[in-house]
Design a protein around this ligand. Structure first.
Ligand SMILES: [Fe+2]
Length: 360
C-alpha cells in the first residue's frame, strides 16, 4: 500500500534454526528465539524445515484443497472464501497430518513450552491459501491466549501476501512496557489509523477491478464485497461500515474524540509502531502470540499463497472458546489432542503423502 509505510526488513525478528541430535532446537537457539518472541510477539525461524519436509506439508495442503468435502474455516473473510479468493480450511487428524504437526511442535518445544503446558489443547490444524484478488485483512488480534504458527511450504513473496505484524503490540509486550497504561489506547489508535488506509485501499482496488475490461470479478462479487448486509469483518463493505456493524473497522471507530486523539498523539503513534511484512522462504516457520496485532494482506500475484498453520492454547481452553475462535476439524473435535500428546508421538521420518494416506 502506497499510503502506509510497511517495512520488509525482517532481519531483527529472524533466528536461523539450529537443531540438536534429537531433532529439537538447541538450547541457545530456543532461548534466542524466545527472547525475540517475548519482546516482539513473534519470531521467524528460518530453515526449520528441509525442502523435502516442506514438500510433504505442501502435498497435505494440496490434497486438502482438492477435496470437495473439505472443512472450510469460519474465520478470516467469508466472502473471500465464497468467491475462492481465499481457501482456509482445517486439516483432518490423519496419521500424516498429525505426524507433520508433531514434527513442528517437537522441534519448537523449547519455545512453545514457555507458553503452553502439556495438558493444553491443540485448537486447530489449518491451511491458509489466498489467491489473486483477495482482500487485505484489517489489522486485528486473534482470540487471546493462543500460540499460533505458520509454516511456509513454498516461498511466499510480499506480493503473495506474507503476513503483516506490528511488533511489540501483544499484551505485556514492548509497547506495554514502554507506555504502561496508555499503551492499549495508543495501539488502538494506530489500529484505527491503519485500518482506515486498508479500507480505502481495498475499496479502490475493487473499484479498479470492476472498471477493468476483463471480467476479474465474478457476477455479484462487487455487490457482496462492498454493499452486502452479510457478516464479514475483512471486506471494505460500505453498508456495514455505515451501519457500524463491523467490529474491526466502521464509522464507530471514527468519532470526534478518536479523531482528536489521533491528531494529538500522531507523533507518538508514528514513532512507537510500525508495520513489518514477512516474506518467508520455503521451510521458514513463524510463531506468534495471538494477541499481537497482525493482518493477512491481499494476494497481488497470480500464484497462490499457501501456508500450513496450527494453534495451541496457552490455557485449558473451554470447548465453547475453542469453537468460537478457531476451526478444529471434526476429527480433532471428536478426538482432542493435547500439546503433551503431540510431543509424545515417536519422531518418525515423514512418509511421502498419497491421497489414500490423507484419509487413514
Ligand atoms: Fe489473524
Amino acid at each position: 500500500m502506497k499510503e502506509l509505510k510497511v517495512s520488509t526488513d525482517t532481519s531483527l525478528f529472524e533466528v536461523p534454526a539450529v537443531l540438536d541430535a534429537g531433532g529439537k532446537l538447541t538450547g541457545v537457539c530456543a532461548r534466542q528465539a524466545l527472547a525475540v518472541m517475548k519482546s516482539n510477539g513473534f519470531v521467524i525461524l528460518t530453515n526449520l524445515l528441509s525442502n523435502e519436509e516442506a514438500d510433504v506439508g505442501l502435498e497435505l495442503i494440496r490434497r486438502t484443497i482438492e477435496d470437495p468435502d473439505r472443512a472450510r474455516c469460519s474465520f478470516a473473510s467469508e466472502t473471500d472464501n465464497r468467491y475462492v479468493r481465499r481457501d482456509f480450511c482445517s486439516l483432518p487428524s490423519t496419521r500424516v497430518v498429525v505426524s507433520f504437526a508433531a514434527m513442528l511442535c517437537q522441534r519448537l518445544e523449547g519455545i512453545i513450552s514457555a507458553y503452553c503446558e502439556r495438558s493444553h489443547p491443540l485448537l486447530e490444524i489449518t491451511t491458509l491459501t489466498s489467491y489473486l484478488g483477495s482482500s487485505h485483512q484489517y489489522i486485528h488480534r486473534d482470540p487471546a491466549g493462543v500460540i499460533s504458527l505458520f509454516a511456509a511450504v513454498t516461498d511466499v513473496s510480499e506480493r503473495q501476501g506474507g503476513t503483516v505484524f506490528i511488533p511489540g503490540t501483544h499484551f505485556d509486550g514492548t509497547a506495554d512496557r514502554e507506555r504502561g497504561d496508555k499503551s492499549r489506547e495508543l495501539m488502538e489508535l494506530f489500529r484505527v489509523k491503519t485500518n482506515f488506509h486498508i479500507f480505502c485501499y481495498n475499496l479502490a482496488k475493487l473499484w479498479r477491478l470492476l472498471s477493468q475490461r476483463k471480467a476479474l470479478l465474478a457476477p455479484g462479487e462487487f455487490r457482496d464485497r462492498v454493499l452486502s448486509r452479510k457478516w464479514d469483518e475483512h471486506q471494505p463493505n460500505l453498508m456495514r461500515f455505515i451501519l457500524g456493524k463491523n467490529s474491526q473497522f466502521s464509522r464507530r471507530n471514527l468519532g470526534p474524540r478518536t479523531l482528536w486523539k489521533l491528531y494529538r498523539h500522531r507523533k507518538v503513534i508514528r514513532n512507537l509502531f510500525h508495520l513489518v511484512q514477512t516474506a518467508p522462504r520455503k521451510g521458514t516457520v513463524i510463531l506468534y502470540q495471538s494477541d499481537l496485532l497482525h493482518a493477512g494482506p491481499d494476494n497481488r500475484s497470480p500464484h497462490p499463497r499457501r501456508l500450513f498453520s496450527m494453534s495451541i492454547a496457552r490455557n485449558s481452553a473451554e470447548y465453547k472458546f475453542w469453537q468460537a475462535g478457531y476451526s478444529p476439524h471434526p476429527t480433532l473435535t471428536a478426538h482432542p489432542i493435547s500439546f503433551g500428546d503431540i510431543l509424545d508421538l515417536p519422531q518418525a521420518r515423514l512418509p511421502r503423502v498419497s491421497s489414500r494416506q490423507m484419509i487413514t
